[in-house]
Design a protein around this ligand. Structure first.
Ligand code: TXA
Ligand code: MG
Length: 345
């Protein structure tokens, strides 16, 4: 299959909607990462997504809507807290898990009684959904296990020959996937941290718990509240080590690890905040955002992980970030990329 990349526009959206109506899967931009969409009410169309990504079928998908009112037929009810959160953060990077209505195919929700819904901030994404007239089931448009794509080029790397069309909307604003929040399991609980932080959620509904899987690996007998969290996600080919502590001590540790790897004939790289690059003098280092802006670190993370793969790095040593606010989402993805290989100095 030939994979076309078209700049997102009124015309390319008409073409994409036509393909989607025919049961095809199409990649499109959102403010978080690129999505791989299919008709979310058609189980056969949704199967294409799993095939194209090589995704395990026990990992449920998010239904994307163009406006709040489109959620009503998909769920049993919309609790007060959900209404408040939709009013506060939609359109935007917040996914809500609610009790599913029977129209939602089992393949979308991996057999669960619940369904995840989100209204993306990206206007083109909403226009695409509106033109289709059905919700789009859409996971990130990467091959399963690869970092999520934040540019059309990254989507092409993974999806070339697997899907007919990629809509190119430039780089994604947030760069990390949406916050997944369940309202079906006691107090509101963040299953996957993202651009809407627990602090922001608590301001609207009074409280927000964070699932234990946010910053640590699940034990062998623990059930994943969000099935996606049990997979070793976001993994580059290199072995990643995350080092946390004060800046000077972290740099000293990373320099030692880097030099050791180099001496062993390996091909290491450092990921550091731009301001800290001089601390790694002479060593191969990439800027991963700027110290004053955690948003810039999150925004650059997946592209940088793809870059170190393209460079054939064998080892990557990354500075940790403080897991507060949006930093929780950044650290969640970094630790997963590292297979939870973390050193505190
Ligand atoms: O930002 C995003 O959310 C992107 C863009 C494309 O919108 N999509 C995305 O989809 O990240 P995906 O499939 O890569 O991640 C969906 C996450 C997974 O962790 C999955 O386990 C969780 O949402 N999820 C979906 N349905 C769920 C449900 N019914 N209960 C609990 N978790 C659910
Ligand atoms: Mg994903």
């Amino acid at each position: 299959m030939k994979t076309e990349i078209l700049p997102v526009s009124e015309n390319s959206i008409i073409k994409a909607a036509g393909l989607l109506r025919n049961g095809e899967a199409v990649a499109f931009p959102t403010e978080t990462v690129y999505g791989l969409g299919a008709n979310g009410l058609d189980g056969t169309a949704v199967e294409r997504i799993f095939t194209a990504k090589g995704r395990p079928q026990d990992n449920p998908l998010i239904l994307h809507v163009s406006r709040q009112s489109e959620v009503t037929p998909l769920v049993k009810s919309i609790p007060e807290d959900a209404k408040r959160l939709m009013n506060a953060f939609w359109p935007g990077p917040l996914t809500l898990v609610l009790e599913a209505e029977d129209v939602v195919p089992l393949i979308v929700r991996a057999g669960l009684p619940t369904v995840a819904v989100r209204c993306p901030e990206n206007e083109w994404a909403r226009r695409l959904v509106a033109r289709c007239g059905f919700p789009l089931a859409a996971p990130s448009a990467n091959l399963s296990g690869r970092p999520s794509p934040t540019t059309a080029t990254a989507v092409y790397e993974d999806m070339k020959g697997r899907i007919p069309l990629i809509l190119d909307g430039g780089a994604c604003r947030v760069g990390l996937e949406s916050t997944v929040l369940t309202l079906c399991d006691g107090p509101p609980k963040v299953l996957r941290p993202g651009g809407v932080t627990p602090e922001m959620i608590a301001q609207v509904v009074g409280r927000a718990e964070v699932d234990g899987s946010a910053l640590r690996e699940l034990g062998a007998n623990e059930r994943a509240a969000s099935p996606g969290m049990k997979y070793r996600h976001y993994a580059p080919k290199a072995a990643v080590t995350v080092v946390g502590g004060n800046t000077e001590a972290v740099a000293e540790k990373i320099r030692a690890l880097y030099d050791e790897a180099k001496a062993a004939g390996r091909n290491p790289a450092v990921l550091a905040r731009a301001e800290n690059l001089p601390l790694y003098g002479g060593r191969d280092a990439h800027a991963l955002g700027a110290a004053g802006s955690i948003e810039s670190v999150g925004g650059a993370l997946f592209e940088t992980l793809r870059l170190v793969d393209a460079e054939g790095r064998t080892d990557v040593f990354a500075e940790a970030v403080e897991p507060k606010g949006f930093g929780l989402a950044v650290m969640n993805r970094l630790l997963r990329a590292a297979g939870f290989n973390y050193i505190q100095v």
